[in-house]
Design a protein around this ligand. Structure first.
Ligand SMILES: Nc1ncnc2c1ncn2[C@@H]1O[C@H](COP(=O)(O)OP(=O)(O)OP(=O)(O)O)[C@@H](O)[C@H]1O
Ligand SMILES: [Mg+2]
Length: 280
């Protein structure tokens, strides 16, 4: 079905009704005669259990199994592992193995596009593919975002529920932001080049400079590279989806910091200004 829509349901905060939304949206669409596949992309397997599969850890083929065969370059059967549920929806289940798999994924080739490869294979059989993400911005969630055509962020009308990100000085997210910039420095610098990291402390900011002597970013692209899915002209032959800097800027901004870029044909420096956290 060429018009299949792929939708990721995501929110950094747990308990906001992602799984409930996934199930109800899925069943509702199925009742309208649509062919629907739900993908459980959370190691806690809430969606899998919500659909009545009470022992997810006993299920032999799950999301991590199919993603692993893609990484291993094995051929896979597009209908393999898919469970057919009584409500007229299909499910690719998940279980605890997904959390171990997430760690292995970090070192895989095209690590952010593994789920997209799977989805591209199965979407011809469906009108809708809904991906229920885990409440964190790890590699699996990034895979879901890269695979999706659109995103639904379920929130609850609760005072704090929209503010989780803003208030947060979170180690893992900051690490994700820094990793993306380092990843670029390595990726866009030919072998034999130099990547340098410098930390400077200011009264209210920590400044982290990541410099490389790679291919540089043309001036007219420098404002665009933080856009979602923007890829530079020079990156044509290099793997990527254009999400790295978008996420980095979002993470840094939401922690009250900012990011700057300086670049010419001799190389590039990204400066991350991270707001220092004052304990009261
Ligand atoms: N250190 C750098 N040197 C040269 N170009 C860079 C550098 N960092 C980023 N770019 C340019 O900015 C673009 C956007 O970067 P971004 O990290 O968002 O996406 P990507 O690296 O293309 O893909 P992804 O990070 O999603 O795998 C890149 O496509 C590249 O053209
Ligand atoms: Mg990148």
């Amino acid at each position: 079905m060429s018009n299949c829509k792929v939708i990721a349901l995501t929110n950094q905060k747990g308990g906001v009704g992602k799984t409930t939304t996934a199930v109800n949206l899925g069943v509702g669409l199925a009742k309208q005669g649509k062919k629907v596949l739900l993908i459980d992309a959370d190691a806690q397997a809430n969606l899998t259990m919500a659909l009545g599969y009470n022992r997810p850890d006993d299920i032999p083929i799950t999301l991590s199994t199919v993603m692993q065969s893609i990484i291993d370059d094995k051929s896979f059967d597009a209908s393999g592992g898919i469970l057919h549920h009584g409500e007229g929806i299909d499910l690719l289940p998940s279980n605890i193995e997904l959390s171990g798999f997430e760690v292995r994924l970090i070192n895989a080739m095209s690590r952010e596009r593994v789920l997209k490869t799977y989805v591209n294979e199965v979407r011809k059989n469906y009108d809708y593919v809904l991906i229920d993400c885990m409440p964190s911005l790890g590699m699996i969630t990034i895979n879901a975002l890269a695979a999706a055509d659109s995103v639904i962020i379920p929130t609850q009308p609760h005072y704090l529920s929209g503010q989780t990100f803003e208030a947060l000085l979170d180690f893992n997210w900051t690490a994700e932001a820094v990793t993306n910039v380092l990843d670029n420095a390595v990726k866009y610098t030919p072998s034999g080049g130099v990547v340098d990291l410098k930390i400077t402390e200011y009264p209210s900011y920590l400044r982290l400079d990541v410099s490389d002597n790679g291919i540089g970013i043309p001036e007219e692209e420098q404002a665009k590279i933080f856009g979602r899915f923007y890829r530079g002209k020079q990156s044509a032959g290099v793997d990527g989806v254009g999400i790295g800097l978008y996420l980095t800027r979002d993470i840094v901004n939401k922690q009250n910091g900012y990011i700057k870029v300086a670049s010419d044909e001799k190389g590039t420096t990204f400066s991350l200004f991270l707001k220092k956290f004052r304990e009261q």
